[in-house]
Design a protein around this ligand. Structure first.
Ligand code: 5RP
Length: 243
């Protein structure tokens, strides 16, 4: 990645992180996603996070928070969260996302599902016309079920690739003991249909298609501006309009 691009990306992420700070004000229990954008958010939000109960979606985020001097609660000790903050690999105008580039999507979805408000921060390069766009969808699978799940998905028209460390045969194993199969759904399959299919497949622990999880999307731009899309408000307005 060239210097200009990475500098623009950094500005965009910081702009989004700064804009997302307002959602922390009333929060007591805060869930944290995983990845480089979340790292920027943690650094930006540091002062506001002190004294709150923080819950990390991965060992990586837990170690990062610890290295910054923030204290954490184990997810097992928490039943609900006030706010969950995370990023995504891709997001489309309907707020549908692909996540899991870092392989933490199962716990990310669990924490997001338990939060009153879910805020996702992305740089503008992650906004695509429709997900999945150019990134595969990570699917977390019980390691012993990998061959069966792959065959079932291939029969349904998915392209599948087991995630392995470079030069190795053994799959990458996630924090919660799953293997990752990166999949590309058939071209004309709607993400909702792909998500339903994955949700119903024995052996699948979780997957990176997130539909209906973004309450607020903050899009950071390389100009230093950030734009907020409130899907929660849009959903409430739609319910209010229905007869
Ligand atoms: C990890 C995720 C991340 O949110 C996603 O991969 C984006 O990461 P980054 O902020 O490094 O681009 O879903 O499981």
């Amino acid at each position: 990645m060239g210097g200009w691009v990475s500098e623009g990306l950094e500005i965009a992420r910081r702009a989004a992180a700064l804009r997302a700070l307002e959602y922390l004000d009333a929060a007591r229990v805060v869930g944290l996603g995983t990845g480089s954008t979340v790292k920027v958010f943690l650094e930006t939000a540091y002062d506001k996070l002190i004294g709150k109960t923080l819950v990390a979606s991965s060992i990586d985020t837990a170690l990062l928070a610890k290295s910054l001097g923030l204290s954490l609660s184990d997810p097992i000790a928490v039943e609900r969260l006030d706010v969950y903050v995370d990023s995504a690999d891709e997001v489309d105008p309907l707020g549908r996302m692909v996540k899991g580039g870092g392989g933490a999507m199962t716990m990310e979805k669990v924490l997001a599902s338990a939060a009153d408000l879910r805020v996702f921060i992305v740089d503008e390069l992650k906004v695509v016309p429709r997900v999945p766009h150019s990134r595969p969808v990570p699917v977390e699978v019980i390691p012993q079920a990998v061959s069966i799940v792959k065959r079932r998905l291939e029969e349904a028209g998915f392209e599948c690739r087991l995630r392995v460390p470079q030069g190795k045969m053994l799959p990458v194993i996630t924090d919660i003991g799953g293997a990752i199969v990166d999949v590309v759904p058939p071209k004309h399959m709607e993400p909702e249909r792909a998500a339903d299919l994955l949700d119903g497949l024995p052996g699948v622990i979780g997957h990176g298609i997130f539909i209906g999880y973004a309450d607020v999307l903050v899009i950071g731009r390389s100009s230093g501006r950030a734009e907020v899309v409130s899907y929660k408000r849009l959903r409430e307005e739609r319910v209010g309009r229905s007869p």
